[in-house]
Design a protein. Structure first.
Length: 269
């Protein structure tokens, strides 16, 4: 059964809520999300970066981040880091489930590595201390999503996803949350993906962008974007390539973003 069929013909709304913003969202933001979820299935992919840094100070140090030979950044992920990600994610999930169930939205947690998200072999060559060295890093590119793992995609219900994956060797690996949300949106035939972050819009030359095509966004991603926004633009392109009709990046309530009254809307053309 396809994901769309399991929703009774109503495609889900997929929302990625960054780990740096999750605890900062107001009660009104959650009220709005729940109101939207009464009419449409929800998939909420959560981040964990800020809680992880709070758990152990070393996760905030520059040495915790690696850059591969292609320039892509990644958290240096060992089995211990995976365990810590799962610890903080369990705490976040408990909080989010309480916020949504208290507003009438039934919510279940799905860990991506439990059959939902598949990952390929990770890069092994990384820059460290200005040298390119071979390192084990439990990070891998997303190669597929099994939407059947998201059960009961119905209005009034939310699947809360922890963005981890499992590779062909059976290892549990870290994946980028924005790109996981993009892959899930494509696999579930979602029409919209909302990437909720701590900035109101994509900025180009210091000016907020209200609407941009995928090609223009990719050009800026490769030439001007940095850090987290670069990953978000890459995720947006992957979602659109997978059939999602639009991606909205912003910090407003989800209904405002979906109504295109706030944020930056990225479309195929």
């Amino acid at each position: 059964m396809s994901a769309t069929a399991s929703t009774g013909g109503v495609p889900p709304t997929v929302v990625k809520l960054g780990g740096s913003t999750l605890n900062a969202m107001s009660a009104a933001w959650w009220d709005d999300l729940a109101e939207h979820g009464r009419d449409r299935p929800l998939v909420l992919v959560h981040g964990w970066s800020k809680p992880l840094r709070r758990l152990k100070p070393e996760y905030a140090e520059p040495s915790a981040i690696l850059r591969d030979r292609y320039g892509n950044q990644s958290r240096w992920t060992t089995p211990e880091v995976i365990a810590d990600i799962k610890t903080v994610s369990a705490e976040l999930a408990e909080e989010v489930i309480g916020l949504l169930t208290g507003r009438g939205i039934t919510t279940e947690r799905v860990i991506g590595s439990d059959g939902l998200v598949r990952a390929g072999a990770g890069e092994r060559w990384w820059w460290r201390d200005k040298q390119l060295v071979e390192l084990d890093n439990l990070v891998g590119p997303i190669t597929g999503v099994d939407p059947s793992r998201l059960k009961n995609l119905q209005p009034g219900h939310c699947c809360l996803v922890t963005p981890l994956a499992r590779n062909a060797s059976g290892q549990e690996v870290n994946v980028d949350g924005d790109r996981a949300a993009a892959a899930i949106a494509a696999a579930t035939s979602a029409t919209s993906l909302a990437l909720v972050t701590d900035v109101a819009n994509l900025l180009i030359d210091g000016r907020p962008v209200r609407r941009i095509t995928a090609a223009a966004a990719a050009g800026f991603r490769d030439q001007g974007a940095t850090g987290g926004m670069r990953k978000k633009l890459r995720a947006a392109g992957e979602a659109l390539d997978g059939g999602v009709e639009r991606v909205i990046i912003g910090s407003a309530p989800v209904s405002e973003m979906l109504a295109e009254r706030s944020g930056t809307v990225i479309t195929p053309t």
